[in-house]
Design a protein around this ligand. Structure first.
Ligand code: SAM
Length: 174
């Protein structure tokens, strides 16, 4: 992998993909709030089984830039599995790893699912939208999520990825 120390702007999915394949064995992934599905596409190209769960269906991009700065075309016929609805805790039981990359309305539900069904999760939370809590009552969203997980018996770690924007990953450790 070729990365520079300069923080990369448009490589969120590519860097999370690298994080996943270097930390986990291939399995069933729920890419919650996955948007256009680039992360799922990259995982599925590498033999994983990743499904986007997002209430808004968005087609895959037609191309992306890899970490070596090469433009890669995505076949016009390519798709990723898609569940077109908001994430509910019960959906988590069908997957090994639950990912929320800048996902909305689902971070706490992902932790609930991980606790209930003994699944692993990776969250890169951004804003507090439709989480079922008053956003003004939260002073530090990342700490809030960590404490929420810890109270459910899940230990977590943090890792900062090398892209611009909210780039701290909180992930469960068993
Ligand atoms: C900021 S985008 C992130 C998209 C993508 N993960 C990325 O990093 O580019 C937030 C996504 O969360 C989705 N979303 C909103 N409410 C949701 C919910 N309740 N469950 C799952 N996804 C949700 C939106 O439709 C949107 O695609």
């Amino acid at each position: 992998m070729t990365t520079t120390l300069k923080r990369m702007k448009k490589f969120r999915s590519q860097l999370v993909y690298e994080f996943i394949i270097s930390h986990y064995i291939p399995g069933k992934v729920a890419d919650i709030g996955g948007g256009k599905g680039l992360l799922s596409y990259l995982l599925n190209q590498s033999g994983w089984d990743s499904t986007v769960i997002d209430p808004v269906y968005q087609p895959l991009p037609t191309k992306y830039t890899n970490l070596d700065k090469k433009k890669i075309k995505i076949d016009g016929d390519a798709t990723v599995p898609h569940i077109t609805s908001p994430f509910e805790k019960e959906m988590g039981k069908d997957f090994d790893l639950l990912i929320g990359l800048h996902s909305h309305g689902s971070n706490l539900r992902i932790v609930d699912a991980a606790a209930e069904y003994h699944k692993e999760f990776i969250l890169l939370p951004c804003c507090i939208i439709n989480e079922g809590i008053d956003p003004y009552s939260v002073t530090d969203w990342l700490e809030y999520i960590e404490e929420y997980a810890n109270k459910k018996g899940i230990m977590t770690q943090r890792e900062k990825l090398n892209f611009k924007g909210q780039r701290t990953a909180i992930y469960s450790i068993s």
